[in-house]
Write a protein that binds this ligand. Structure first.
Ligand code: SAH
Length: 375
């Protein structure tokens, strides 16, 4: 392992002078990798071998890259496979099938990712920013503000790290693969649009150029940055869109999801509808159930009205998340009876509704708990 760089202060006052994360092959497409090596006077065809080690063989030890000439190996590896992050701590729950990792990035910024193994799939929940600027008051990450955007490679590396530990049999259940990725860790993915889109491309690029995952297995979750939702709809990558709605009325949503003062509930839901219409992918509406705040029967009815405003069915489903109270939170999870009634009312209007499981709660690995405050 290479020597870790010194951490920078958490607050950056001079963004222009800020150092960028190391450039890595996962930041570039196949042609870009080849070009870079050639610019450095190295043979371009080595890019494919490096990609194969990274994305297909999931190797991270240069000593195992025996098809690279020993004399060039170090130069090639430092050009395209620099170390991006170091694991500081891994916490396990559910008999080791839920694993949260706290990562330290090159500049000392901290982010977290969570691996969740189920009987039929493995989902990686990844961060897209160190911190978050959206300031949702019930979310742990939202309390600390934004430190910085993550690079494409820093985002991808979280998935590759999970894939490595699965391939090596480190997760109970035998060797396995990552089947799903959800951008539900720290950060607002659509506020870091370019890097996130790059990461989606690397995850879906056929192996060994990328991980070869299906776009259908990838979920981008957003507070609802309307112009970015519409842009994403035109990218031709049918990822699943999750919209964190949490309230059907502007008055309450302005408080719970402050960006709502810029894009109203009606505008945001309409953008999500357009996304479903263009991509033919069903949108997931995320709704964290908060006792006495947004869980009233009348709000379930209003939510159904809002989601059916276009008069079309089948474009959306609702995913209720039992609130994970964060330290000092004035909100708590809903009463199970209120939750059942909420589900009943939505389903009565023909809206498929599920209640999210809360894996990883005890290791602060559940939705909205990722805060990375401790090193
Ligand atoms: N910025 C993106 C991704 C964030 S996390 C977004 O807002 O969608 C993914 C989900 O967890 C979001 O729906 C978010 O609102 C939700 N969440 C945040 N804090 C939570 C908490 N304390 N309990 C339950 N869900 C929470």
């Amino acid at each position: 392992m290479s020597e870790s760089p010194k951490p920078l202060p958490l607050v950056f006052s001079e963004p222009r002078g800020r150092k960028k994360p190391p450039r890595h092959l996962a930041d570039l497409d196949e042609a870009g990798r080849k070009e870079l090596l050639e610019e450095m006077g190295l043979p371009g065809f080595r890019a494919k071998q490096l990609s194969n080690h990274y994305f297909a063989r999931l190797v991270d030890d240069p000593a195992e890259m025996t098809d690279l000439p020993a004399g060039q190996r170090d130069e090639l590896v430092s050009a395209l496979l620099p170390e991006l992050m170091t694991p500081l701590r891994t916490m396990e729950a559910d008999k080791g099938t839920t694993r949260k990792t706290l990562w330290r990035l090159f500049d000392g910024a901290l982010v977290e990712s969570v691996l969740m193994r189920y009987t039929d799939r493995v989902t990686m929940c990844v961060s897209s920013q160190a911190g978050c600027g959206m300031a949702c008051p019930f979310c742990a990450t939202g309390q600390g503000g934004l430190q910085r955007n993550m690079s494409t490679a820093e985002i991808v590396e979280q998935v590759v790290a999970g894939a490595r530990s699965l391939a090596r049999g480190e997760v109970p259940g035998g060797p396995g693969r990552v089947s799903n990725v959800v951008f539900m860790g720290m950060g607002e993915p659509l506020a870091n649009y370019k890097a996130v889109l790059g990461a989606v491309r690397r995850l879906t690029d056929p192996s060994p150029a990328g991980l070869g995952m299906s776009a259908r297995g990838i979920t981008v979750s957003t507070v609802g940055l309307v112009p970015r939702i519409l842009q994403l709809a035109d990218e031709g990558i049918p990822v699943t869109l999750a919209l964190s709605l949490h309230a059907p009325d502007d008055e309450l949503r302005n408080e719970l999801v402050p960006i709502n003062t810029r894009f109203s509930v009606a505008e945001t839901v309409d953008a999500a509808w357009t996304y479903a219409d263009k991509t033919k992918r069903r949108v997931s509406i995320e709704y964290a159930m908060m006792r006495g705040i947004n869980d009233q029967a009348w709000r379930a009815d209003l939510l159904a009205d809002v989601l059916l405003a276009r008069g079309t069915w089948g474009w959306v489903h609702v995913n209720l998340i039992p609130l994970n109270p964060t330290p000092g939170s004035k909100w708590t999870a809903s009463d199970p009876a209120d939750e059942r009634e909420f589900v009943r009312r939505l389903e009565a209007r023909g809206i498929p509704t599920t209640v999210r499981d809360t894996r990883g709660r005890e290791i602060d690995g559940a939705c909205g708990q990722l805060a990375a405050t401790e090193a």
